[in-house]
Design a protein around this ligand. Sequence first.
Ligand code: NAD
Length: 421
Amino acid sequence: MTTLTLEQETNPWEAQAARFDYAAKKLNLDQGIWKVLRYPTREIIVHIPVGMDNGSVEVFTGYRVQHSIARGPAKGGIRYSPDVSLDEVRALASWMTWKCAVVNIPFGGAKGGVICDPKKMSQGELERMTRRYTAELIEFIGPEKDVPAPDMGTDEQTMAWIMDTYSMHTRQTCTAVVTGKPVNIGGSRGRREATGRGVSVVCDQAIQHLGMSIQGCRVIVQGFGNVGSNSAKILAEKGYTVIGIAEYDGALYNRNGIDIVALIAHKKAAGTINGFTGAEAADKDELLTFECEILIPAATENVITSRNAAQLRCKILCEGANGPTTTLADDILDDKRIFVIPDILANAGGVTTSYFEWVQDRMGYFWTEAEVNQRLDSIMTESFSDVVAYAKSHLVNNRIAAYMLAIDRVAYTTKQRGMYA
Ligand code: NAD
């Protein structure tokens, strides 16, 4: 896996494909199935006209990539960011297939994205863009086809607009078309915090597995959005000491622990973590290399690369974000014996509770938050054990173990269904 050029190193699709090929080879995967699973099933590109507030019309480019429907409807988030590219969406769609298989829920994988800067758009512009994007995809999404969810730059409100637009077109309220909705229109209790909760569960498991203690366990989190802030909040509630938070525009450090609830309130009011008085300002890139027990990248891809991996001083790297670590960095982390909880396991709490939301919508019967959390905890605990046991029995690292486990499950189903080829 060390033959990648630097340019390939930061291409998420190449990074995904390199891990897939390595794991498929280890599995001795049948050549035909290898080719089928390596590429997405369907890639849709749309150019969306949007009436802007100043009276002009802007055209945004959007994607939806469905990687696999072998194990169930395609499932995956929608990202709004200026950096969205087809290769990124392809990689994220494949990761969704592997993630759903790691936690053994009946979904395939998909992802969507629109190239835009949501921070610079009004609510009205975002709503019009979301509705037109949904309308362009109308025949490709649906509870039995492809079920979107929030990702970077999108939230519960975005999902409510998608649900409403889809329902207007199909002439009936259809809540199960998306997950991550507000609770009063078919959302699941616990979904908002689910990815962070899942991150906290696998951290608990890793601590136990490595014979460490929560007491005095220092955590640094990059990204203070949905995943980062909820991971930090739940870990702090469990007794971990969150000593550092990095955002795109600055970072905070307090060796005695940051009051996460107060920081969430500060960010809500100020729109940034900067200016928070309960911690000192730090360099956002250097913070990742500060000494800690657990480092949680929970922002975006390619933040741990061959350029900074050697400087990391954590014992556990728990990947809240998708694709935060490049393949070249993987080798360095292996050499440093850092215990990696790979993204397709660590952040699977979100899609697991999305699965619960889809089930509840289809039943029309809603669970208590305690029921949701208890079911999530047991799936994350079991999946952690599966991956660690697989790594041990196949003498591979946790990331390759997670890929092998997932590919094995998807390949098995593909064979069982038979190929329409
Ligand atoms: P979000 O938009 O709510 O938050 C992302 C945060 O990261 C923002 O606060 C942003 O300012 C910050 N950020 C962006 N680039 C940064 C950088 N270079 N350095 C530091 N901070 C940066 O998004 P989210 O939903 O929390 O998603 C974060 C990551 O987790 C993504 O990789 C996403 O694919 C992954 N993920 C999200 C979910 C979910 O349920 N939301 C589930 C699984 C995986």
